[in-house]
Design a binder for this molecule. Structure first.
Ligand code: J2J
Length: 545
C-alpha cells in the first residue's frame, strides 16, 4: 500500500527543474555513483578489522545482496529498519538496499523497544536487520519483540552467529541461482530514511532521495577535500547523517577511496586504527574531540595521527577554546560542521583563517543553499544579529515523512526551521548561539524532552515532569528531570531510570539527575518554564547543591 511516495513532501516543480538544469541533481542513483568510482579505483574499498574488501568484491556483494533481498520476498520501496554497529555488514547491506530500491531506515544500535517499535511502525517496515548481540545486549530478542508488536514486519535478519542463514550469507558474493534481475530504482525515489533529532514524542523520519543525497555527498566531499587517496574512518555510529554522508563513508566510496569501520571512537582504538590504516579524515562530536585532545596531549599519542589531515567536528557546539587546541595537539586541520539530518550542511573551509575555523560553524556547502535568519515575528534580521535559522535547498526536503501536523511548526512556507539560534557574520560564516527547541543535545545525541516526559508518568508517584538540559563539561549537556510527586509520595532517580528502561527507552535518554520539587514553574501562557528550570539547575550545579 505504501508503494508510492505517499507521505513524502516533494520539492516544488520549479525548484526541482532548477536543481536539475543546474546539474545539482543528476540522473543517477547512489549505486550509480559507486559503480563509477569502482571502475576507476584500485584501492581497498572497505576495512573492518581483519576484513578487507576491494571494489570488485564490494560490487559483487552488493549485486548479490540485492538479488537475495528480492528473492527473500522484499520488493522495491519496502522498508527495512537497520540497527547494526559499524562493520562491513552495515555498509554492504545499505548499498544492496540502494541497488534494489529497498529503503533502509537508519536506527541506532543504542535504540531499544520503545524507539524501534515506533520507527518500524511509522515506516511500515517489512524487515529488521540487527546484530545477534552487542555489548552484552540481546538484539535478536529485541527484534523478535518488535516483530511481534509491528504486524508489517515479516523478516528479521541477524548479523553474527547465524552462519550462512544470517546477514553474512545474504551479503556473500554471487552468483545467486534463480534470482530475478535487479532493476535500478528511479533517481528521484526515496533512497533511505534518516531519523530526525526532533522534539516530538515519536521519532520523525526524513525521506532522502537518491539524487538529493548524492548531491549532499558530492558537495560535502568537495568542501572537505575528499579524493581517491582518502582513507575515511567511520567511528561515530554510521547510521547518523554526519559519518554516513557529510561526506562520510559514502563520500569516501564515491571518491574511490577507503572506508575504515570502527565500532567506537574510544581514543586508544581510534588512534591505532588511524595509524594502522593511514586514515586521512574522520568525523567526531565535540565530546569525542575533547577525549582525543586529552589522549594526545597526555601520552604524546599524537604521533599516531600523522596521516590525519582533516578532523571534522559537529553535532553540537564546539567551544572555541577546544577548537583552538585541535591543530597544535593533533596536527591536523579542523573542519567545523553544523549539519542536520533534514538537510543543510555548513562547514568551515580547509583554507579558512584560523579565527574562522575556531570560532564559527562555517557556511553552507552548496551555493544553492538558502539561509535566512529571522526574529520571533519571521522578519529577516541583518547580519550580526542572532535569530532563528530557516533554510531550503537542493538537499533539504520540504517536510518530514508523514508528519503534516508536527511540520506545521518546523516548516514555514517550505523553509525548514531547525530551532537553532544562529548569527550570520558579515563574512557569511554562521555562529550557533543557542537553541529554541525542546531537546537535550547530549554529546550530539538528541533527546526529545517530550518523549522522555511522556514516559515518566508511568512512575507511580510522579505528578508532573519536565526534562531539561543541564550543562556538562564533557557531554555539553545531560538530561536533568524535574518532577513533582503526589502528597506523601516520593521517587528516586533509580526508580525513574528503571521505569523508563522497562518501557524500552534507549539508555542514553535516561535522566542523569533528578530534582524533586514542590512546584514546576509555568509561563504566562501555561507552558512549563524550561528557561527558568535550566537556570535553576545551572545555579544548583554552580553552587554544588
Ligand atoms: C551546534 N549545534 C549543532 C554544531 C549540529 C553533520 C553534523 C551534524 C549533524 C547533526 C549532521 C552543530 N554546533 N556544529 O546531520 O550531517 C545541532 C543543531 C542541529 C541539530 C541537528 C551532519 N551541528 N548541531 O547533528 O540531525 O541543533 O544532525 O539543528 O542529529 O544538531 O541534529 P542531527
Amino acid at each position: 500500500t505504501h508503494h508510492t511516495s505517499a507521505g513524502v513532501v516533494p520539492w516544488p516543480q520549479e525548484f526541482a527543474e532548477r536543481y536539475r538544469s543546474e546539474g545539482r541533481w543528476k540522473d543517477r542513483t547512489l549505486v550509480d555513483a559507486l559503480t563509477e568510482a569502482a571502475a576507476r579505483s584500485d584501492r581497498t574499498a572497505l576495512v573492518d578489522g581483519q576484513v578487507r574488501i576491494g571494489y570488485p568484491e564490494l560490487m559483487d556483494r552488493v549485486e548479490a545482496g540485492a538479488a537475495r533481498l528480492l528473492r527473500l520476498g522484499l520488493d522495491p520501496d519496502d522498508r527495512i529498519v537497520v540497527q547494526l554497529p559499524n562493520g562491513w555488514q552495515f555498509v554492504v547491506l545499505l548499498l544492496a538496499c540502494f541497488r534494489a530500491g529497498i529503503v533502509p531506515v537508519m536506527a541506532m544500535p543504542a535504540h531499544r523497544a520503545h524507539e524501534l517499535t515506533a520507527i518500524a511502525e511509522v515506516a511500515e517496515a517489512r524487515a529488521l536487520a540487527v546484530p545477534d548481540e552487542l555489548k552484552g545486549f540481546d538484539h535478536r530478542a529485541l527484534a523478535r519483540r518488535v516483530a511481534e508488536e509491528v504486524p508489517t514486519v515479516e523478516h528479521v535478519l541477524v548479523s553474527g552467529g547465524d552462519g550462512d542463514a544470517g546477514l553474512e550469507g545474504l551479503l556473500a558474493p554471487g552468483p545467486v541461482p534463480g534470482a530475478a534481475p535487479v532493476v535500478s530504482p528511479d533517481p528521484g525515489a526515496v533512497a533511505l530514511f534518516l531519523l530526525s533529532g526532533g522534539t516530538t514524542g515519536l521519532p520523525k523520519l526524513i525521506a532522502r532521495t537518491h539524487r538529493d543525497y548524492e548531491y549532499n555527498v558530492r558537495e560535502c566531499a568537495r568542501v572537505s577535500g575528499l579524493d581517491g587517496g582518502s582513507v575515511y574512518l567511520a567511528a561515530l555510529p554510521a547510521s547518523h547523517n554526519f559519518p554516513l554522508a557529510c561526506p562520510g563513508l559514502l563520500g569516501a566510496l564515491f571518491a574511490g577511496g577507503t572506508v575504515v569501520m570502527l565500532s567506537s571512537p574510544e581514543p586508544a582504538r581510534a588512534f591505532a586504527a588511524v595509524a594502522g590504516e593511514g586514515v586521512t579524515m574522520t568525523a567526531v562530536v565535540p565530546a569525542v574531540a575533547q577525549r582525543w585532545l586529552e589522549h594526545a596531549e597526555g601520552s604524546g599519542g599524537a604521533s599516531a595521527l600523522s596521516s590525519l589531515s582533516v578532523l571534522q567536528v559537529g553535532g553540537s557546539r564546539l567551544p572555541d577554546e577546544i577548537a583552538a587546541r585541535v591543530r597544535p595537539a593533533l596536527g591536523c586541520t579542523l573542519q567545523q560542521v553544523f549539519g542536520m539530518a533534514e538537510g543543510l550542511i555548513n562547514m568551515t573551509r580547509l583554507d579558512d583563517p584560523e579565527e574562522v575555523v575556531t570560532s564559527t560553524q562555517g557556511r553552507p556547502v552548496s551555493d544553492a543553499d538558502e539561509v535566512r535568519i529571522v526574529d520571533a515575528f519571521g522578519q529577516d534580521l541583518p547580519d550580526g544579529r542572532a535569530g532563528s535559522i530557516l533554510t531550503r535547498g537542493p538537499y533539504t526536503p520540504r517536510g518530514h515523512y508523514r508528519a503534516p501536523e508536527a511540520d506545521g511548526r518546523s516548516f514555514v512556507e517550505g523553509w525548514y526551521s531547525s530551532g537553532d539560534i544562529v548569527l550570520r557574520r558579515t563574512d557569511g560564516n554562521l555562529v550557533v548561539q543557542g537553541r529554541d527547541k525542546d531537546l537535550i543535545n547530549r554529546a550530539g545525541e538528541k533527546i526529545s524532552a517530550e518523549e522522555v516526559e511522556s514516559l515518566v508518568y508511568r512512575v507511580a508517584d510522579v505528578e508532573m515532569a519536565a526534562a531539561v538540559a543541564m550543562p556538562d563539561p564533557v557531554m555539553g549537556e545531560r538530561l536533568c528531570l524535574y518532577v513533582t510527586v503526589r502528597e506523601g509520595g516520593h521517587t528516586t532517580l533509580d526508580e525513574v531510570r528503571d521505569t523508563l528502561s522497562a518501557a524500552g527507552l534507549a539508555a542514553f535518554k535516561l535522566p542523569e539527575r533528578l530534582e524533586v520539587v514542590d512546584l514546576i514553574p509555568m509561563t504566562k501562557v501555561g507552558k512549563i518554564d524550561k528557561k527558568h528550570l535550566r537556570e535553576d539547575i545551572s545555579a544548583r550545579l554552580a553552587s554544588g547543591t
